[in-house]
Design a protein around this ligand. Structure first.
Ligand SMILES: Cc1ncc(COP(=O)(O)O)c(C=O)c1O
Length: 359
């Protein structure tokens, strides 16, 4: 009988959420305004070009990113979504008997990437919804290979500052790679957020990941990128498929980078939506973490799964956080004004009907 590798047998295949195209989707932190119009135009133009293979070096996109970040094109690698980059990193640096470290309630791909290459994950609890960098530094051992940090954190929306990260990096041995996942960093508005160029010049063992899935509205195209020193990028290129990013995604990403109007509209919608939702949640007496992302993590004081089901019946999809170990919490993507109002209307209805507080 054919048998898969021993260490893969305990991994359960990812079960995608049911697809409900008619529902208002506030569950996956996509852009409620859709995609960058400049990217959409480029996607249409590219339709006649797909008979050719894509540029396997992703050169034009890397050049565009180099210009944006004042780095060299050799400091970038493009992935089929940042999801692919997590697995490339683990493919290169993880092995059986070794460990990654991350937070207990954070993005699940870090653990997935570690385990499919035979490693194990050590989870450190969040501290007041925030990555506990001191606890993570203390958990490092000679078997640690990777540390995954999410900033702002999915699902809590909390963040750590440049100073906190820099102090943490000083405690981490140079042979441990720190992966800074900044999928939502485009939404941050705090002055003390981590500074890429400074981090890359101060530390040789950091890689920073970003995505086109969120602020640029290109989640369906699957494109993300990482920046690091050339030695790390060269390592990752050893295991990258020659044509890992399709030509439409590469071109759309370049167009999206230059669509400042769309980025401004997205940020403005996000800020206004956040203020509206904070006000409403305050009036409902619910607690939430102040968010630096395009989503809010709130304690509904009832089973999150029950809230999910009740709201789904009314045509709105939210994310219950039981799988993150947060049973009475949910995460909602900040939507368009009418989506936010409808969400509050449905949530208020649920809370009125279910007055018993289980928290
Ligand atoms: C924290 C975080 N990192 C990475 C990703 C994945 O991004 P991509 O769509 O580029 O694979 C997500 C998607 O939700 C995310 O929440």
């Amino acid at each position: 009988m054919i048998q898969c590798k021993k260490y893969l047998r305990s991994i359960v295949a990812y079960k995608a959420a049911a697809f409900a195209p008619e529902a208002i989707k506030m569950s996956a932190n996509e852009n409620p305004l859709g995609s960058s119009p400049k990217a959409v135009k480029r996607i249409q133009d590219m339709a006649t070009r797909v008979f050719q293979y894509p540029d396997g070096n992703n050169s034009a996109l890397k050049e565009a990113l180099a210009k944006k970040y004042l780095l060299s094109a050799d400091n970038f690698i493009i992935g089929n979504g940042s999801d692919e980059l997590f697995t490339l990193i683990a493919h290169v640096y993880m092995q059986e008997g070794c460990y990654s470290i991350t937070a207990e309630s954070t993005f699940s791909e870090y653990s997935f990437a570690t385990r499919i290459f035979g490693g194990e994950m050590i989870f450190c609890p969040l501290k007041q919804g925030k990555f506990d960098l001191d606890a993570i530094a203390k958990a490092v051992s000679s078997e640690t290979r990777l540390i995954f940090l999410c900033n702002p954190n999915n699902p809590t929306g909390t963040y750590f500052s440049h100073q906190e990260l820099s102090a943490f990096m000083k405690k981490i041995p140079e042979n441990v790679l720190v992966i800074l996942d900044e999928a939502y960093a485009d939404f941050m508005d705090c002055a003390d957020r981590p500074d890429h160029n400074q981090l890359l010049s101060d530390f040789s063992n950091i890689i920073i990941l970003r995505t086109f899935s969120k602020i640029y509205g290109l989640a369906g195209l699957r494109i993300g990128y990482a920046m690091a020193n050339q030695a790390i990028i060269n390592d990752l290129n050893r295991v990258r498929e020659p044509f890992n990013c399709n030509s439409i995604a590469q071109e759309a990403a370049i167009a999206a980078l230059g669509d400042h109007e769309f980025i401004d509209q997205t940020l403005c919608n996000n800020q206004r939506g956040k203020e509206f939702l904070y006000g409403q949640l305050d009036s409902l007496g619910l607690t939430y973490y102040p968010s630096q992302g395009n989503f809010i993590c709130l304690n509904v004081k009832h089973n999150g799964q029950a809230v999910f089901e009740a709201l789904l019946n009314q045509g709105i999809v939210i994310r219950p956080l039981g799988s993150f170990g947060l049973n009475t919490w949910i995460r909602i993507t900040i939507g368009q004004p009418e989506d936010n109002r409808f969400f509050i209307h449905c949530l208020r209805g649920f809370l009125e009907k279910n007055s018993e507080d289980i928290s």
